[in-house]
Design a protein around this ligand. Structure first.
Ligand SMILES: [Zn+2]
Length: 411
């Protein structure tokens, strides 16, 4: 079946996101990453709409737009330019060449499919499938989602626990990382008897993210299924990394493995998971869970450059686009601004950089995690106070909390 919408974008991340959003809106969509051959494919498929990026190797988007509008065969096809190069000159040229609309990147993931849907309607093109649940308007009464921090310190000593956060929806339990905090979650699950089907997402295999796995009670329960997702390194496949993490204990639970890379997955009906690479030594993933009308980001090991970014360090912008508008975000806030200066380029952030990042990207609630184990409770409280003051001072519509064992957050 010919595509209704063709996207031409060389950036796999943004192109992939656009593809996912419009596919979920019910359209048949095709993504082309090479602009030079796009003209022939568009001619053959005659979609109702073409979406063009501007800055692409080979043929740039505006030249391609001009070609499409100069050829009688492709002239009737509507074209939308979606680009980060949004100078007035580009907008004017796009309009002059016949583009229907100009949408700036990063775009709003909720608004974007609606805007495209309106244009498609004008063309008389209806979605071929019903929109998927993830993109459907949120129900009036939103089902409760409970996030719990089970551990978020940089190393386990003197009773401190390392990375583990759970997100419980009415139908599923999603667990992020298996640091020593996961044993408290396991005890809780053993008591309640709930959730025999557990989705575990590992960011990476540094000890403080997997050291609790071997003693996780659910792993020793034969009635339990553990769906474990993580990244494969070229020199260490996921299966091997996981085996090392389990050490001598063989799990009695059924373990299913999923190797992930940077892309968006529909892991369960209506549950989308966008995966991105975080700025941290070794292959490190971070996750954006979209379920029950909520967007929740888990990114515990990630160095934001903040005000220190050089022209070539576009990490903050890249992940800003992905995390924009999240309802809840867990982010690395390992150091005070002062200590961060001594630990630059180690793959962790100052908590103030995380506050600024969340505020600028319209995140609604931020939980700072992965605090360095050297900080005392008093120092942590001072950090929380300072983080809130920063959000206030800069006018961010952002709630901030410092992660602590047992902290519960409703999303
Ligand atoms: Zn790490």
């Amino acid at each position: 079946m010919a595509a209704q919408i063709i996207i031409v974008d060389d950036d796999p991340l943004v192109g992939g996101l656009t593809l996912d959003l419009l596919t979920d809106a019910g359209y048949s969509v095709r993504l082309l990453s090479v602009s030079l051959t796009a003209m022939d494919i568009i001619k053959a498929e005659k979609p109702a709409l073409v979406i063009l990026d501007i800055l692409m190797p080979g043929l740039d988007g505006l030249t391609l737009l001009h070609k499409l509008k100069s050829d009688p065969e492709t002239e009737p096809i509507r074209v939308v330019v979606v680009s980060g190069k949004s100078f007035e000159a580009e907008k004017q040229r796009a309009a002059q060449y016949g583009a229907e609309d100009f949408i700036e990147k990063p775009y709003d993931v909720d608004q974007f499919p609606r805007r495209i849907g309106e244009l498609m309607k004008k063309q008389g093109a209806e979605p071929r499938k019903a929109p998927s649940a993830a993109e459907a308007p949120a129900p009036a009464a939103r089902a409760g989602i409970k996030a719990v921090v089970w551990g978020c310190r940089s190393s386990s000593s003197a009773g401190k626990r390392t990375s583990c956060v759970s997100i419980e929806t009415p139908s599923h339990l999603f667990v992020f990382d298996a640091g020593s905090g996961i044993s408290s979650l396991g005890d809780e699950l053993a008591k309640s008897g709930k959730h025999k089907d557990i989705w575990l997402f590992l960011t990476h295999f540094h000890d403080d993210h997997v050291e609790g796995l071997a003693s996780f009670p659910c792993a020793r329960d034969k009635d339990c299924t553990l769906h474990v997702s993580g990244a494969s390194d070229p020199d260490k496949p996921l299966e091997q990394a996981l085996k090392a993490a389990f050490g001598h204990s063989t799990p009695a639970a059924k373990v299913e493995l999923y190797e992930l890379m940077e892309q968006t997955y529909e892991i369960l009906p209506g549950v989308r998971l966008a995966v991105f690479y975080a700025n941290h030594p070794g292959t490190t993933l971070a996750y954006v869970l979209q379920t029950d009308g909520r967007k929740i980001v888990y990114c515990p090991d990630s160095e934001l450059y903040g005000e220190h970014a050089t022209a070539l360090q576009d990490y903050d912008e890249k992940i800003g686009e992905i995390c924009r508008g999240a309802d809840l975000m867990f982010h690395d806030g390992r150091y005070t601004a002062e200590d961060y200066k001594k630990h630059r380029n180690s793959g962790h952030s100052s908590f103030l950089a995380a506050v600024d990042f969340a505020g600028k990207n319209l995140v609604k609630a931020l939980v700072l995690v992965h605090q360095d184990a050297v900080y005392s409770d008093g120092e942590l409280s001072a950090m929380e106070k300072e983080a809130r003051a920063r959000a206030n001072e800069r006018g961010y519509a952002l709630k901030v909390a410092l992660g602590r064992e047992g902290l519960e957050v409703a999303a």
